[in-house]
Design a protein around this ligand. Structure first.
Ligand code: ARG
Ligand code: ZN
Length: 408
């Protein structure tokens, strides 16, 4: 039984760095590391500064304490969600057996077991376009499957792109997007010139759930889990942030060496099996891989390296142009705003990310997309909003992929 939970937000504090707001930021950092709260945004208390908008998930039994604290210190807040139990129930309901349900498989969230079944079914149903590759396994020995998508009119010199979803367990819209993308690719190959062009020019490797142990744990035990589920001898805390475990300024500012934190970087770069498996796959395909994409939520952002440093990459202007174009298309077609830019200046420093590492490996078109929303539902995006979130992300993926095909 999940206890009733409330998600509250402290309103954006004044941006000027006077003493009061600095003090308030310190209070907000303090509250967010107490009362069994889960910080939704930013990912770690250390990113809370004067002026930072903070999204905090609060267990019902501690709600009074948290609100009292906020009031005592004059921190303004609004309650964004007061029905998170219902939302969680809605997300895990399996209405596929209900013949009156009008929503498709792709407009629901799926358990790990369901996704494994789906992977094999897709390969069976589309044997000419989909191959399943078992590339390794997780800490708890769950398999890591990649779907290799190819067009029917293979070109001689074939390039490739990579998409991973579900690095972070609680970001459910991310695996949902990978499923959406695969389904779109095979069913619109003959009808949509753009996806045909992409598939005929590039093999697409799709890893639908990069963190299967964590994902499973969000279904069974704790919906707000982020990290993987690896255990270590020297701590009772479980899990490493897989997006801090890659060898890109590993464990510097923006990651934590403390195992109990959400942004724990692990014992050393690639200490986690999930990161090793992905890094090995990318290393062994680096000559063909021209585009790397990592799908996360939430925040609506199209990001590129670096996240691990404030330095601009050599092709910064080129990457900026690609995400700007993608963001414009989303704005035009879906009337939705996506921020775009280099990660470090758009969100925060986050060393050890897969995108930075892939970039340094030589995949010079490397992106992290943060899908919907901007905090209204956060990680609890209702199933009814899956299709819009996926369609706009799909538009961005296609836009970027087509440009990369032209450029490489
Ligand atoms: N929100 C994600 C995280 O905290 C991505 C931040 C950007 N980092 C990156 N490596 N692209 O891990
Ligand atoms: Zn994430």
């Amino acid at each position: 039984m999940v206890p009733a939970k409330y998600h509250t937000v402290t309103q954006k504090m004044p941006a000027d760095e006077d003493v009061t707001t600095k003090e308030q930021a310190a209070i907000a950092r303090n509250i967010s590391s107490q009362y069994e709260t889960v910080l939704w945004s930013p990912v770690s208390p250390e990113h809370i500064r004067a002026g930072t908008e903070v999204h905090l998930f609060v267990p019902a039994n501690n709600l009074k304490n948290v609100l009292d604290d906020l009031q005592t210190h004059n921190l303004k807040y609004i309650v964004l969600l007061d029905n998170t139990n219902e939302l969680i129930e809605m997300q895990t309901r399996n209405d596929s057996s209900d013949p009156r349900s009008s929503t498709s498989y792709y407009e629901r969230y799926h358990s790990l077991e369901d996704i494994y079944f789906w992977i094999h079914k897709m390969a069976q149903d589309y044997p000419d376009m989909i191959k399943v590759l078992l590339i390794g396994s997780s800490f708890e020995k769950n398999p890591l499957y990649v779907l290799k998508l190819s067009g029917r009119q293979e070109r001689a010199e074939k390039r490739a792109m990579w998409i991973d979803c579900g690095i972070h367990a609680r970001e459910w819209i991310s695996p949902a997007f990978c499923l959406w993308f695969v389904q779109y690719s095979v069913s619109f190959y003959t009808q949509n010139n753009e996806i045909k062009e992409i598939l005929d020019s590039m093999d697409i490797y799709v890893l639908p759930v990069m963190n299967p142990d964590g994902y499973q744990y969000t279904w069974t035990t704790n919906r707000m889990w982020r990290k993987n589920r690896s255990v270590r001898q020297d701590s009772n805390c479980i899990g490493t942030d897989l997006n801090r475990n890659f060898d890109a300024n590993w464990c510097t500012k923006g990651a934590s060496p403390r195992p109990c934190e959400e942004i724990y970087c692990g014992q050393y770069p690639e200490s986690e099996p999930e990161a090793v498996v992905v890094a090995n796959f990318l290393r062994s395909h680096k000559d063909v891989l021209k585009l790397y994409l990592s799908i996360h939520s939430y925040g609506q952002m199209l990001l590129f390296p670096y996240a691990c440093s404030n330095e601009h990459v050599p092709n910064h202007a080129d990457l900026l142009q690609l995400v700007e174009e993608a963001a414009m298309k989303i704005k035009k077609h879906y009337r939705n705003i996506y921020k775009y830019g280099a990660s470090a200046e758009t969100i925060y420093l986050a060393p050890g990310g897969s995108d930075d590492w892939a970039y340094n490996l030589g995949i010079l078109y490397s992106f992290t997309f943060e899908l919907e929303d901007r905090g209204r539902y956060g990680f609890l995006l209702p199933p009814s909003l899956i299709s819009k979130a996926c369609n706009e992300a799909l538009l961005a993926v296609k836009s970027v992929a087509l440009r990369v095909i032209q450029k490489t």
